[in-house]
Design a protein around this ligand. Sequence first.
Ligand SMILES: [Zn+2]
Length: 271
Amino acid sequence: MIIDMHTHINNYHEDRVISLKGCLDELTESMQKNKVDYSLVLTSYKVNEHRPSTKQVVEAIKGYDNLGVVAGISYLNYNYKDIIEISSFLDQKLIKGLKFYPGYEPFYPNDSRLKVFYDMATEYDVPVMFHSGDTYAPTGKVKYSHPLHIDDLAVDYPKMKIVICHVGNPWIRDCMEVVYKNEHVYADISGLVLGNFSEKFERFMKKEIEEMISYAGDPNYLLYGTDWPISNMDSYLKFMNQLDLPEDKKELILWKNAADLFKIDVSKLKK
Ligand SMILES: [Zn+2]
């Protein structure tokens, strides 16, 4: 069983417009090819012709048993209607988590402006995900996306489940301390490459991830995600395979941790 808990259906090649249905078809095709049983689609902090809104994605994936949605929220631009919409989606179990984009937007995770969302996430017991580490765009400000800032939030919200995306790359050591210290903080390995791993980079990252597990212990905090379509699924599975870990630990990362954390009903997925 494989759960990819970090994918997007944004169109990153903005020279042409691709329909939402077209993006979803590409995603499910890639899942099928790589035997991925379930994916979470994370919406953006921006909405435009290349980036569908949470509402559009929630509508579009109705009828797919193998897809779920995590709602991207803009720190700068949310309004009272967004708060109402998110709480209603949570209430109807139409979204499985919230995602914020520090770095892409200038704020630290423990900003009081976001308290309303953190209280909702705690009440509905859904994880809150944070972009962390390097930004895909040079216009990002990476002091805001340093994983160490997650510790502040984790201490102040001990009941809220938190995911540090991209293991805070390149600040993986800081990320490992934050997940080691805070039981309710998780990390995903998504988005470590554009496209495919090169051999050299794969060797480098293998060592980094193995070091993280040596330090922070059994990987019950580590989640398999790709950041598809930014990173390719086949190359990511290859990367997972060559990690020096017993099979049962790999299974934690590949699906068990995500199934528990996001409350994904895997009994529906088994054919
Ligand atoms: Zn992403």
